[in-house]
Design a protein around this ligand. Structure first.
Ligand code: HEM
Length: 230
């Protein structure tokens, strides 16, 4: 692995692989969270399955967190090397003088997504880890002593989106996610060599994904804020 990361091509390839992995995660994460709008009962069941199934909790979640850390650290490493190299910047590796704002500012959109993720981990992930692995409550119930009390996930999520400041912060985070994906999606496929006759179609998918998924997250946050208990 370290050999690959010694070359600029190797670093871009590894960065693209981590980006593709995170894009699959975001799609799965959106699919589960949109259930909180469409069917709270199914959302509760899906959240409990993902939150207690051993392969997700002990393998996929560890790989995911390592993937997130790798993507951010490598993003900063490539930006610093770009600045020092001056001529071959990661953000402008397409060699096109009139590169887009999104491609010139991947470090900024990435930086804001990192701020969002820190807030998001404090809001959702750390309380989840605390309940399950510190307090040892894997029941997922509102009242662990009462089986009739029902699952807690949907109620907790709706409660999180009551304060408008959190909704506003999340929507700003999702907007930067869109700006990051609008360049990152295509660039990741290009860096792994997926530059072929499907590129035109890929460009279409890239736009739908890069705007559609963040817009969907914005819809989820606004929906729960304005409808409250659903
Ligand atoms: C309305 C939008 C969102 C909602 C309601 C939401 C909800 C949640 C919840 C409930 C968890 C805890 C899951 C668990 O550990 O059992 C979580 C974790 C996480 N979220 Fe989100 N999320 C949203 C958007 C995002 C976005 C846009 C990203 C990435 C840019 C993201 C990245 C993560 C990551 C990396 C974790 C920790 C890993 C995991 O446990 O799944 N989330 N989110």
């Amino acid at each position: 692995m370290s050999g690959i990361l010694n070359s600029s091509i190797g670093r871009k390839f590894a960065m693209a692989l981590s980006a593709l992995f995170l894009m699959v995660f975001i799609l799965q994460h959106f699919a589960i969270n949109i259930l909180s709008v469409l069917s709270p009962d199914t959302f509760n069941k899906a959240s409990h399955f993902m939150g207690t199934f051993w392969a997700v909790q002990y393998i996929l979640q560890a790989v995911l967190i390592l993937g997130v850390i790798f993507h951010f650290v490598m993003g900063f490493v490539l930006e610093i090397k770009n600045k020092s190299a001056r001529n071959v910047s990661y953000a402008k590796n397409n060699g096109n003088a009139n590169s887009s704002w999104m491609s010139r500012n991947m470090i900024w959109s990435g930086g804001f997504i990192l701020v969002f993720l820190v807030i998001h981990f404090i809001d959702f992930w750390i309380p989840e880890i605390n309940t399950k692995f510190v307090a040892g409550d894997m029941s997922g119930l509102i009242d662990p002593t009462n089986l009739e009390s029902g699952f807690r996930y949907h109620e907790e999520l709706v409660h999180k989106f009551e304060p408008i400041w959190r909704v506003a912060l999340y929507c700003v985070g999702f907007t930067f996610l869109a700006l990051h994906l609008l360049h990152g999606f295509g660039s990741a496929f290009q860096s792994v060599g997926a530059n072929n006759k499907y590129t035109i179609a890929l460009k279409g998918v890239s736009k739908v994904y890069s705007i559609g998924i963040p817009a969907g997250f914005i819809f989820i946050a606004l929906f729960h804020h304005f409808t409250g208990t659903h």
